[in-house]
Design a protein around this ligand. Structure first.
Ligand code: HEC
Length: 104
């Protein structure tokens, strides 16, 4: 089962690289993030309150191993502690680009 997941991810990564979905729209991503993510994450600097032990998007962007690709795959993959969102690949890439734009 694990092997299958890894293979599927590898194929997805190869497809993403060859079709360059990463010409993503960070402004659209910011809109989506405010709509879907702000209830738990600090999405932007002006927002005051979010859940206490959820990393803010700027913290996520500062992580040493951060890449927009990883965030996009994280969003499209089912993940235990976060709800899954009805995002398509382009929307996930846009949000990832927005988070990437917060990296200093
Ligand atoms: C219901 C609350 C909730 C919502 C809504 C939510 N998240 Fe999260 N998110 C979390 C929690 C909790 C974690 C920490 C998970 C962990 O520590 O494993 C997290 C972690 C993350 C991470 C970091 C993963 C890592 O590698 O450390 C990313 C990226 C992320 N969220 C993106 C998003 C995006 C984008 C949205 C909106 C589409 C979103 N989240 C909406 C609760 C939420």
């Amino acid at each position: 089962m694990r092997g299958l997941v890894i293979r599927v991810l590898a194929v997805a990564a190869a497809t993403a690289a060859s079709t360059s979905v990463w010409a993503a729209d960070a402004d659209h991503g910011a809109d989506l993030a405010r709509r879907w993510c702000a209830s738990c994450h600090l999405v932007e600097g002006t927002q005051k309150q979010a859940s206490a032990d959820v990393p803010s998007f700027s913290q996520i962007a500062q992580k040493a191993d951060f890449t927009p690709e990883k965030v996009a795959f994280f969003l499209l993959d089912p993940h235990p502690k976060m709800p899954s969102f009805p995002l398509n690949r382009l929307e996930a890439a846009d949000i990832a680009a927005y988070i990437g734009s917060l990296r200093k």
